[in-house]
Design a protein around this ligand. Structure first.
Ligand SMILES: *Cc1c(COP(=O)(O)O)cnc(C)c1O
Length: 234
């Protein structure tokens, strides 16, 4: 599949996103090294991803285990130092594959998944960076823990399942200003002693950086528009 909706190449767009991140960091009085750009490559083919790797991008985000599994192993073999982040919902029965493939999982949101992850982490002796997803807008169709349940969920992650949680992730409602959602996520992270914040996408990563994001998940601003959210490989 080729990117649609953009005449820019991934490389010029990547440079523009990097510059915008640097600007947002400067405006917020933060160091640019404190913000990791997760280049969201879902729906894009290996050929579309290669130029970004050649340009030095090392952290990539995918939202489906199956798609990542069919697309990334050859790329991971060919290029050193790549890190794959799972940013989409994870079914418990795919925990094994997810722990094997991903450096970070941004979507920890329920006890059954915690249990499955804990088992695989122990078995595979791998330690992915774990983010709990907070459904800050309390949207029925969205995954994530409700804000009022976040503290008890995080306690259970640690105490019941022994998971080393590192941060929080949120996806604000499409039709609302993202700032308050980022601020709420940052506040929950602070009171739970979590250092990482996965927040901000193509449209709002600068706002997210001003509110403390350590990981911005940027797709279309780098790779162009997606013709479909479905896998390009199925
Ligand atoms: C697709 C996706 C992104 C990237 O969205 P863009 O608007 O293309 O930057 C970020 N986070 C999640 C969870 C996604 O599914």
């Amino acid at each position: 599949m080729t990117p649609t909706g953009s005449s820019k190449t991934a490389i010029t767009s990547l440079a523009a996103v990097r510059a915008a991140i640097a600007r947002a960091c400067r405006d917020a009085g933060r160091g640019v090294a404190d913000v990791t750009l997760v280049a969201v490559s879902k729906t894009f083919s290996a050929e579309a991803i290669e130029p970004a790797i050649a340009d030095g991008q090392r952290v990539f985000g995918e939202n489906r285990v199956q798609e990542a599994k069919s697309k990334w192993p050859p790329l991971l073999e060919k290029h050193s130092g790549l890190a794959l982040h799972l940013i989409g919902p994870l079914q418990s029965n795919k925990a094994k594959e997810a722990v094997a493939l991903f450096t970070a999982i941004h979507s920890v949101d329920r006890a059954s998944l915690c249990e499955a992850l804990a088992k695989e982490i122990a078995k595979q002796k791998r330690q992915p960076i774990l983010f709990a997803e907070i459904n800050t807008g309390a949207e029925a169709q969205k995954a994530g823990v409700l804000p009022q349940d976040a503290d008890s969920f995080l306690t259970a992650c640690r105490e019941t399942y022994g998971l080393a949680m590192s941060g929080l992730m949120c996806i604000p409602p499409l039709d609302e200003a993202p700032g308050p959602h980022f601020a709420l996520t940052a506040k929950i992270a602070r009171r739970n002693g979590l250092k990482l914040l996965s927040m901000g996408m193509s449209a709002d990563f600068a706002v997210a950086i001003s509110l403390g994001a350590t990981h911005v998940r940027v797709g279309s601003a780098i790779f162009g528009g997606r013709s479909t959210e479905k896998s390009a490989l199925t």
